[in-house]
Every structure is written in C-alpha cells, then in structure tokens.
Design a protein around this ligand. Structure first.
Ligand SMILES: [Zn+2]
Ligand SMILES: [Zn+2]
Ligand SMILES: [Zn+2]
Length: 248
C-alpha cells in the first residue's frame, strides 16, 4: 500500500486522459486525417479516422466503437463506418449482389431523402424534442425494424459475447445459394428464426452462455441483461432486442 499511495495521482490522470483527446489529434493510423472513431475492443484503443476504422474492422464486425462528438466519445455502431456482414464468399461481397446493390442503393437513397424530408416537415410542425429523437439518442441511433444501412443492406440484430449489434447483412444472391438461415449457420451465426431471420446469435455467445450456466448458474435472463448492460451501460433498456427496443 505504501508503494501504491504515491501512484494514485498519476494513475488517476492516466485514466482521465484516456477518456478524452486533444482537439488537434489526428488519426493514429494514417496520421493525416482528423480522428473521429475509437474502438474499445482493439488493443491499443487508437483514435482513428472513418476509413482506418473501416479498414481495420473488415474481419472484426463485432467490436464496439465510439464516435467523437467534439466533447466526448459516444457509443456507436460499426455499420456507421461501412462495416457489414458479407455471407457466402469468405467475408467478401457476393459478386451478383454487388450489381443489384448498386441499383438498390440508388432506390434506397431516394427513399431516404423522401423519408428525411417528411420527418423534417413533421419535426417543424411538432417541435424538435420529439420522443423518437430521445429514443434514437439513448439507443445511439438504433434502427427501427425493416431499416437498411447506408449502403442499402438490411439491418440485422446480432447477439455476440461483446454485446448486441445492429449491422447490415449482405446475403449471397448467387444461383443456388443456400437459404438465409443456412448462410448464417455457415458463417457461425445461429438464426433466431428459420424463415427470414432478423436476429442471430454468434456461436461464441452460445458457448459463453453454456459455460456461465454450468459454472455460475447464470440464467438466460441474467445473461441477456448483462449483454444489454455491456452494450449500453447507461441505458440498457434501450438496447434493441430482435429489431425492437423493449423495456424490462
Ligand atoms: Zn486514418
Ligand atoms: Zn476494434
Ligand atoms: Zn454469392
């Protein structure tokens, strides 16, 4: 204890320093672009620009990231930097899908513009502090069911041992491609439903639960509560469950 007491001050300032960064800091990977993102699962937790964050997470879609707001880091989703799950081609985009996606992207872009315009008009009429805005903020931009990511991929809820993720999925559309539930299984994701799955569990979260249940007698409800807290410590009740935000 005598050795520890003089270190309390420096240790605390080190912890405080890790919560913020200097406004002049640039991306610690390319060292040329202003930083915007930080991954709490990567080691070390570097501050990165959008492109470096995307490049370093192509094969790590279930890392948890935070976005710099100008004053603090706010929890966010990796889909915001362009990460999605690509099924059927060893993690690469399906070549058939990519052609169709270009057409879908244009369509979705138009739909988003129309939807945004309508929302803006409603906001003007109702004021800017609607309940939806509050919900979106608390669940750090969780999507409503049936939404698509910025590239037009349908968003799915994936439960992993790192927490709950909302991420776009790029299905394989090749001739003779397996059903969606089989595509998920082949990628190590157990579908919550067999037809048109919108939620899936990674095999490793199922193994984690099995171990916790065996060793700590953790119930499914306790385990899931922990995952929600892991996803959003401040507002766990806003964490999406199967595409919906529910309150316990
Ligand atoms: Zn960079
Ligand atoms: Zn990471
Ligand atoms: Zn394909």
């Amino acid at each position: 204890m005598e050795e520890f007491i003089p270190r309390i001050g420096p240790y605390l300032s080190c912890l405080l320093h890790s919560e913020g960064v200097s406004a002049t800091t640039v991306c610690q990977s390319c060292r040329s672009t202003p930083f915007e993102w930080r991954c709490t699962d990567c080691f070390p937790a570097l501050v990165l620009c959008k492109e470096c964050c995307r490049n370093s997470h192509q094969r790590l879609p279930f890392h948890r990231v935070q976005k710099w707001t100008g004053k603090y880091f706010m929890p966010s989703w990796l889909r915001e930097v362009g990460i999605r799950l690509c099924l059927g081609h060893s993690g690469n985009l399906c070549p058939v899908r990519s052609v169709r996606m270009q057409q879908l992207c244009v369509l979705n872009h138009i739909l988003n513009l129309v939807s945004q315009k309508r929302d803006d008009e409603e906001e003007c009429q109702e004021g800017s502090s609607s309940e939806d805005d509050t919900d979106a903020h608390l669940s750090f931009g969780s999507s409503k069911p049936g939404r698509y990511d910025k590239e037009g991929h349908p968003i799915m809820t994936v439960v992993d041992r790192s927490g709950i993720h909302e991420i776009g999925v790029s299905w394989c559309c090749c001739s003779g491609a397996p059903e969606h539930d089989m595509q998920l299984m082949m990628a190590g994701l157990f579908p919550a439903t067999f037809h048109n799955p919108k939620t899936a569990f990674t095999f490793r979260v199922l193994e984690d639960f099995h171990l916790d249940n065996l060793e700590c007698k953790t119930t499914p409800s306790q385990f899931f509560s922990r995952l929600r807290r892991l996803t959003n410590d401040e507002f766990p009740n806003t964490v999406p469950v199967g595409g919906l935000s529910v309150s316990m």
